[in-house]
Design a protein around this ligand. Structure first.
Ligand code: PLP
Length: 367
């Protein structure tokens, strides 16, 4: 067996020990004689899997009793619509625009709300930083932020004070990468395919008072949080297998010291890469210090001619892949390179990347 180091932004690398359990239990999960893929979601065999998964996420994230945990579908992208559809009271919301995913969330909200104010943005410098907006006030139904910006590689290092206005957060690319104080948020949501599970399930953590039954009749049943909350995420068939794998990933997180353990592991990996980038005369990190993500690290070479840079980037990505370091191309909208070093990526993987980067720089001088 030969496994690569996979730096994909999502779906992404999973802990090998989890994949081994999946393989072992593929044909017969816990003596049931069935694969989880084949189980009825309402069976006695599946019940402890979904309930266990919820209990584990509650434990690891210290989720208080007045929050519900929902396992939904449609990706984080469907939350861009569900949030305004369910939280809308006055038709007004505030968003902070820190990149591609924030913008998509803003555009979607504009379909449903009369006023979507972009109260801060990092577009003036190509989204390479998190804007300073310590306090957000106004007559808003909610404030929305993207806690970690997967494409640009930025992360909020503080949370804005929104007073009584619910803070809603897309944490798709940094959930469980470090402790998050759930009580600071009205809603947290995350597509699972980076730090939690294979694609197919979206985790939503929502405060009870934001689950409303008095929504307009035009809001489709499947897009109402109360539908899923009342039915324990079983209004319809949930993404059973992804939830099962999430439970295994959460066991692994727990065995590594929980969210605190992940933070330590992730800081060590990120420091290895950023320290190298900051000391290099060949590469540089694109994100300002103080806004850097622990999870997604975009970088460029110091080649200033765009045509030559494109050639070098392409060669870098293809030679890295030959060396067993895959999925290092930057997002198609921003180019360059990006290493996504989610929870499951090992320090060994990051060290192998840095060693490759040194070798590539020596072999491909920039004149
Ligand atoms: C921060 C963030 N939000 C939203 C999305 C969209 O997620 P999905 O593909 O699950 O809809 C992504 C996908 O990479 C993301 O990184």
């Amino acid at each position: 067996m030969s496994r690569v180091f996979n730096f994909s932004a999502g779906p992404s690398t999973l802990p090998e020990s989890v994949l081994e359990i999946c393989a072992k239990e593929m044909l017969d999960c816990h003596g049931t004689g069935q694969s989880v893929m084949e189980m009825s979601h309402r069976s006695a065999a599946y019940k402890p899997i979904i309930e266990g998964c919820e209990a584990k996420i509650r434990d690891l994230m210290h989720i208080p009793d007045n929050y519900r945990v929902l396992f939904l579908q449609g990706g984080a992208s469907l939350q861009f619509a569900m949030i305004p559809l369910n939280l809308n009271k006055t038709g007004r919301a505030a968003y902070v625009d820190t990149g591609v995913w924030s913008k998509k969330a803003i555009e979607e909200a504009r379909r449903f709300l009369t006023t979507v104010d972009v109260v801060a943005s990092s577009r003036d410098r190509g989204c390479c930083y998190i804007p300073e907006i310590r306090k957000i006030e106004g007559d808003y139904d909610y404030v929305h932020i993207t806690l970690n910006n997967t494409i640009y590689g930025t992360k909020w290092s503080y949370l804005p004070d929104t007073g009584d206005i619910p803070l809603v957060c897309d944490c798709s690319s940094n959930i469980l990468s470090e402790p998050i104080d759930v009580t600071k948020f009205g809603v947290l949501y995350a597509g699972a395919q980076k730090n939690l599970a294979p694609a197919g399930v979206t985790l939503v953590i929502i405060r009870d008072d934001l689950i409303r039954e008095d929504l307009p009749a035009s809001v489709p049943t499947m897009l109402r949080y109360d539908t899923h909350a009342k039915n324990g995420s079983m209004f319809n068939t949930p993404p059973c297998y992804s939830i099962y794998v999430m439970g295994l990933v959460l066991d692994w997180v727990k065995s590594c010291g929980g969210a605190e353990g992940m933070k330590k592991r992730n800081e060590e990996k990120a420091a290895c890469l950023y320290d190298f980038l900051d000391s290099s005369d060949y590469y540089h990190a694109t994100v300002e210090k103080g806004s850097r993500s622990l999870m997604n690290v975009p970088f460029l070479t110091k080649e200033t001619d765009p045509e030559k840079a494109a050639v070098i980037n392409k060669k870098f990505v293809s030679e890295a892949a030959k060396a067993g370091l895959v999925n290092l191309a930057g997002h198609r909208l921003v180019g360059g390179m990006r290493a996504s070093i989610y929870n499951a990526m090992s320090l060994e993987g990051v060290q192998a990347l840095v060693a490759f980067m040194k070798k590539f720089a020596a072999e491909n001088p920039i004149d």
